[in-house]
Design a protein around this ligand. Structure first.
Ligand code: AMP
Ligand code: MG
Length: 347
């Protein structure tokens, strides 16, 4: 090959390379995006996705979230949970996904020795926190409700996917775990549609898929438990992770200066007073993160962090009622405190 021929081939290759780089940049710039907000599962749900099928994926995700809500909500009369609750002593056939969520909830009930308890329904109903009927019940009412709260009285049959509650008055409530399951389902839908960059926020239950389209990490704010939703006291940069927070600010009422929130300690039958006002779990899987955020909130800072450190690939940020921020070992150097009222305490 002549030198001039070689030169022109090299020039052509360089030209094609430059073109493809420019094309690549244009692709990045032109990556379509879609954002949407809806209300489901008693909370505001926001989603953003980047890619050709962004809107389609958001629609499919919101559809799946509603589908999960319709099956698993304790407030929807026709839900499978409501059918179980109104038929004590009977084996109720449920869909595979409902079965999966109840089974996972029972795993966490065992792991936390009953602090996390999906049979908490009678107490949730009694306190009515987040509803117009919210009130402080008397001791007798609490005692009565407690007498029908015990996850050991839930019977599962894996083969037929049936669920039975064995005592009259029992009520399942999957409110502490179902949003986590829904977030994982959103991720599944996003990835199946080859979308590389998206996030969904189910009322404080955040899932980020991939990194941002420009390759940078998502910057996630941690809610200031003392303030209105949207006020941030710390931040963390994440990719391909979920961060799920249980906080005393999510649903509560105040009476005689006392704050009564929605996370109930199944031992006392009252809103948990463990010293924790917010517990965030960071990991890959939102299903586990959701169950754990509620569990750690009830277990308290010491036992909660002990559990987190025992579990692989799980990190946590706990805020105590004296505004100490306790982080798990894997988060050292990664949490940025934005409000000096909060002091970081590395464990
Ligand atoms: P989360 O915001 O994920 O911590 O879930 C709180 C919700 O879980 C409440 O609104 C109740 O529906 C339910 N819940 C309350 N206390 C418990 C408990 N001890 N174990 C399991 N679920 C609970
Ligand atoms: Mg939870």
């Amino acid at each position: 090959m002549k030198l001039s021929q070689k030169k022109s081939i090299i020039t052509a290759i360089i030209f094609i390379l430059i073109l493809s780089v420019i094309q690549g940049c244009q692709d990045k710039e032109e990556l379509p995006e879609a954002t949407a907000t809806t209300f489901a599962m008693d909370t505001i749900i926001q989603m953003k996705a980047y890619g050709v099928k962004a809107q389609e994926v958001i629609d499919a995700s919101f559809g799946r979230i509603r589908d999960i809500e319709n099956r698993m909500s304790a407030h929807i009369k026709s839900s499978q949970i409501e059918i179980i609750n109104s038929n004590p002593g009977q084996e109720i056939k449920v869909d595979k996904d409902t079965f999966l969520v109840i089974k996972k909830a029972l795993e966490y009930a065992k792991l936390t020795e009953g602090k996390f308890d999906p049979s908490i329904g009678p107490l949730v109903q009694l306190w009515g926190i987040g509803t117009e009927k919210a009130r402080v019940p008397d001791d007798k009412e609490i005692k009565d409700a407690l007498s029908v709260v015990n996850y050991r009285w839930i019977e599962l049959n894996e083969e037929n996917t049936t669920v039975k509650i064995t005592k009259k008055g029992m009520r399942l409530d999957l409110g502490a775990i179902v949003k986590g399951y829904a977030a994982d389902e959103v991720r599944r839908i996003v990835l199946e549609n080859k979308i590389k960059s998206a996030y969904v926020n189910l009322g404080g239950n955040v899932m980020v898929i991939g990194s941002k389209p420009d390759g940078s990490l998502w910057n996630i704010g941690i809610q200031d438990p003392r303030l209105e939703r949207g006020s941030v006291m710390a931040s963390i940069r994440l990719e391909d992770k979920t961060i799920v927070t249980s906080g005393n600010y999510e649903r509560y009422f105040i009476e005689d200066g006392i704050l009564y929130h929605h996370i109930i300690d199944p031992i006392t039958g009252k809103p948990a007073r463990s010293g924790v006002i917010s517990a965030s779990i960071i990991t890959q899987n939102s299903f586990d993160a959701d169950a754990l955020s509620t569990s750690v909130f009830i277990l308290g800072p010491e036992k909660g962090m002990e559990l987190v450190e025992k579990l692989p690939h799980i990190e946590a940020i706990i805020i105590t009622d004296d505004l100490k921020v306790i982080i798990s070992s894997g988060l050292i150097g990664k949490v940025k405190i934005l409000d000096p009222d909060f002091k970081l305490r590395s464990e």
